[in-house]
Design a protein around this ligand. Structure first.
Ligand code: FES
Ligand code: MG
Length: 583
């Protein structure tokens, strides 16, 4: 039995992989023979859907340490359904291991994924995604290739526990390091807590960026239901992987490509979900980038507009009390989606990878703990979503997460205390002579996409030690950086254009007055146009951080945060056709 690449299979679209394996010539010999060295029977090549299992396993990314086992479950699922699974590695991005920031490499990994999918004889792809940046990187790359694609997240870690108390990834690192600096805990306590926080495989178990992005995967319809919250260590995560392996084979037969899932309604569902889960600000940059790949015209304004009438329903750290494991036991993301759906805030007919519309998937979702997932009528926090600020300090926008901010600082005018670099900030922030008080506005420059480079998670600057001792726990902080999804505070992020690109942020000086007014969605620098123009003329742009290599390519081509910080030449999709043989 043979197929060549334009022979229909019982009326179904011909398999892309048959352009490799269906050949009865010199090239067919090449393409099949080398794969037979793993003992593959010849019928593997005779018209079975070939499924790539795109694996981000790496010991340098501890959050994805269980992905070799997870890939095996996907493999069994593909075999169950009559497909031919082929696992392949792509760059893995360890959020806490990579310098200067994993975000610098998100676009590089996305290129790796896109080209690996395009170059190989694949009909469909399963994306194994975990730690923060692997999720957007894999979705971006897969979107540009646009094969049938299903996402499987690695799942969150078990709850962090330290001396009987729940401790959350990132969130409690930040609070404990503040307590350490304030002399409230000892170094020994600190070390003990480190082991209690990370006690299983999986992603950060707060509603940080990894859990937010896993929730986005589910809300976008790219995964099977319940993908967001099943803990990494729970056997039901393995089951989800196996069922995803089975399902991708059917998706190939249905020609259910990623662009049929990633529609505008899907992105709108994701944005509303982002608000309802009090998700990470990083999702804004990532969703913009994914949308850019698939050709959906998403803007910052969409986040503000769509998130505004949504309440935050989940009482999870960093905004609340509980952790992802609790979220799963309470019913997980389907409950949140159902709450949105019941109030007309979900596009119910958005398609999902299981072949059913999202509204149908969640219509009977039951909640088992109303403390963890609150009803829409009595929300955990009424103020949700991401507020988009504009003004003369951020002409192309900036973001703030109101649910993580202090109510009393949401409308605040203060004197700027400016740091010209992250090093300058670290050097000065604990100086007892620093001229700063609780009413000041901390401003950090040159930490954006081009400036850091890679837009590091340094926007939640530490509160000066002398103010910590006075009991100050939050201040208005403004930068072109991002912040960890596990962080909190009245922190204005993603200021665009960034300082290094000559945005007005570059021209703020010590003593300038700045007004943050979240209700009015405004960020205003009280310096008149003429003075700003004078400062702009006198400005000397900083020397770029890289002369060669990927970092130079990145600095030269990265788009600003309001456009997803993708590389300009990566926006859009090429699709999967590759007509030329390799020999
Ligand atoms: Fe990997 Fe948080 S560091 S998910
Ligand atoms: Mg992070």
């Amino acid at each position: 039995m043979t197929h060549d690449d334009d022979t229909p299979r019982d009326g179904r679209k011909a398999l892309r992989s048959q352009a490799w394996f269906g050949r009865q010539d010199k090239m067919g010999f090449y393409y099949r023979s080398f794969l037979k060295n793993s003992g593959q029977p010849h019928d593997r090549f005779e018209g079975r859907p070939v499924i790539g299992i795109c694996n981000t396993w790496s010991e340098l990314n501890p959050c994805n340490q269980h992905f070799r086992a997870l890939a095996e479950h996907v493999r069994w699922g593909v075999l169950d359904a009559g497909g031919y699974p082929l696992e392949f590695p792509v760059s893995s991005l360890g959020e806490v291991t990579m310098r200067p920031t994993a975000m610098l490499f998100r676009n590089l990994a996305a290129m790796d994924v896109e080209e690996a999918i395009r170059a190989h004889p694949l009909d469909g792809v399963v994306l194994l995604m975990g730690c923060d940046k692997t999720t957007p990187a894999l979705l971006m790359g897969a979107a540009s290739a646009d094969l049938p694609t299903i996402g499987v997240s690695g799942g969150p870690q078990l709850r962090g526990v330290y001396r009987g108390q729940l401790i959350g990834s990132g969130t409690n690192i930040i609070s404990m390091s503040e307590q350490l600096r304030a002399g409230e805990v000892t170094l020994r306590d600190f070390h003990e807590a480190e082991a209690g926080m990370n006690r299983s495989a999986g992603s950060c178990m707060t509603m940080g960026t990894a859990s937010t992005m896993a929730s986005m995967v589910e809300a976008l319809g790219v995964s099977l239901p319940e993908n967001a919250a099943i803990p990494a260590a729970d056997a039901r995560r393995s089951l989800l992987a196996r069922l995803s392996g089975r399902r991708i084979v059917e998706m190939v037969n249905e020609d259910l490509t990623l662009s049929k899932i990633l529609t505008r309604p899907a992105f709108e569902n994701a944005i509303r979900t982002l608000a309802a889960i009090g998700g990470s600000t990083n999702a804004v940059v990532h969703l913009l980038a994914i949308a850019g790949r698939i050709g959906i015209d998403l803007t910052l304004d969409d986040f503000d507009r769509l998130g505004r009438d949504v309440h935050c329903l989940v009482d999870l750290m960093p905004s609340g009390r509980f952790l992802m494991e609790d979220f799963y036991y309470a019913g997980g993301l389907p409950v949140v989606l159902r709450e949105l759906s019941d109030r007309g805030l979900l596009h119910k007919d958005a398609p999902t990878v299981n072949g059913r519309p999202i509204g149908e998937n969640v219509q009977s979702a039951a909640c088992y703990n109303r403390e963890v997932i609150t009803p829409f009528e009595a929300p955990f926090k009424a103020e949700a979503g991401i507020a988009i600020l504009t003004g003369n300090l951020a002409p192309n926008g900036a973001v703030i997460k109101p649910s993580a901010a202090s109510p009393e600082l949401m409308n605040h005018t203060g004197r700027a205390v400016v740091f010209e670099s992250v090093e300058a900030m670290h050097h000065a922030v604990n100086d007892e002579d620093l001229d700063i008080d609780a009413s000041c506005v901390m401003v950090l420059k040159h930490c954006g996409p081009k400036g850091y480079p890679g837009m590091a998670e340094v926007g939640n600057m530490p509160i000066p030690q002398k103010l910590l001792r006075q009991g100050v726990r939050d201040m208005v902080r403004i930068s072109d950086a991002r912040m960890s999804g596990t962080a909190y505070g009245t922190v204005v992020l993603h200021v665009a254009p960034e300082a290094t690109a000559g945005g007005p942020l570059a021209f703020v000086q010590n003593g300038d007055l700045i007004t943050l007014d979240v209700a009015a969605r405004s960020l205003h620098l009280h310096v008149d146009e003429a003075e700003l123009a004078r400062r702009r003329d006198a400005w000397v742009p900083p020397v770029p951080h890289a002369e060669r290599g990927y970092a130079k390519l990145y600095i030269d081509h990265v788009l600003q945060a309001d456009r997803g910080a993708d590389l300009d030449f990566l926006v859009g999709r090429t699709g999967s056709p590759v007509p030329r043989d390799n020999h």
